[in-house]
Design a binder for this molecule. Structure first.
Ligand SMILES: NC(=O)c1ccc[n+]([C@@H]2O[C@H](COP(=O)([O-])OP(=O)(O)OC[C@H]3O[C@@H](n4cnc5c(N)ncnc54)[C@H](O)[C@@H]3O)[C@@H](O)[C@H]2O)c1
Length: 246
């Protein structure tokens, strides 16, 4: 990891993939501000990170609220001195067939997954530009490339995250800020545990590597993307799906 750059924010890091990313970065010596709407779990994650031996701070923030996001970035800079890495991980699903999908289901998913990623990236980029360094990694999904039945809202939000990643990468490259996305396939978390058994079986049957992914499979790739080894990579989407998408 970089000697000089040590401070990360991971959104949606109270549990699941976000918590795994936060712990992975901590294990590489990075201080992590963890952020989520789930207060209690968030504090628990922060404690676990501190026990790894780096600084951590839980900041409750809803990524759809500009004032929350600005407070999150401001607190990070005040307490840690800079924001060097931003991982936009907060995300939800509200699955329904397109013809039955409510406006609320559409708005909620687009707001959290896409607008939230935009607001956090914008606020962080302003700080990163001052330091002439930054690494942003967005959690997309193979749904955003393939489209998925029952997930018109989710797939559209993740396709938007991919386009947002590329647009920010083009704008911020000259400031030494890279912006990349990871597109997970079927990963075992609270988000996927509620899927119908038939859907889970179909996923497993279609995955060439014959297993579901773990949060750690994703955390490893995020850790690579913010490392010096990936300093010439920007605007990419890395597919981490065990071959579900080839
Ligand atoms: N699990 C999978 O199979 C899978 C596949 C592809 C992509 N992803 C993406 O990975 C990311 C993490 O998903 P996960 O599987 O760990 O899900 P998860 O539900 O376990 O975790 C998501 C976290 O985001 C938080 N969150 C929700 N709304 C928020 C808001 N408005 N502001 C701040 N935080 C909020 C939740 O409280 C939760 O802690 C998501 O962006 C998801 O779309 C997951």
């Amino acid at each position: 990891m970089y000697e000089k750059y040590k401070n990360a924010v991971v959104t949606g890091s109270a549990r699941g993939i976000g918590a795994a990313i936060a712990k992975k970065l901590a294990s590489k010596g990075i201080n992590v501000v963890v952020s989520d709407v789930l207060d209690e779990e968030l504090r628990q994650t922060a404690k676990e990170i501190e026990s790894i031996g780096v600084k951590s701070l839980p900041v409750k923030a809803d990524v759809t609220k500009k004032e929350d996001v600005e407070k999150l970035i401001k607190t990070t800079v005040e307490k840690f001195g800079s924001i060097d890495f931003l991982i936009n991980n907060a995300g939800i699903t509200r699955d329904n067939l397109s013809v039955r999908m409510t406006e609320e289901e559409w708005d909620m998913v687009l707001n959290i997954n896409l607008k939230g990623t935009f607001l956090c990236s914008q606020a962080a980029a302003i700080e990163m530009m001052k330091n002439k360094f930054g690494r942003i990694v967005n959690l997309a999904s193979i749904s955003g490339i393939l489209g998925t039945p029952g997930q018109a809202n989710y797939a559209s939000s993740k396709a938007g995250v991919i386009a947002l990643t590329k647009s920010f990468a083009r704008e911020l490259g000259k400031r030494n800020i890279t912006v990349n996305a990871v597109a997970p396939g079927y990963i075992l978390t609270d988000m996927t545990v509620k899927l119908p058994d038939k859907v889970k079986e179909d996923y497993l049957a279609s995955i060439p590597l014959k297993r579901a992914g773990t949060p750690d499979d994703i955390a490893e790739v995020v850790s690579f993307l913010i490392s010096p080894s990936a300093s010439y990579i920007t605007g990419t989407v890395i597919n981490v799906s065990g071959g579900l998408l080839i």
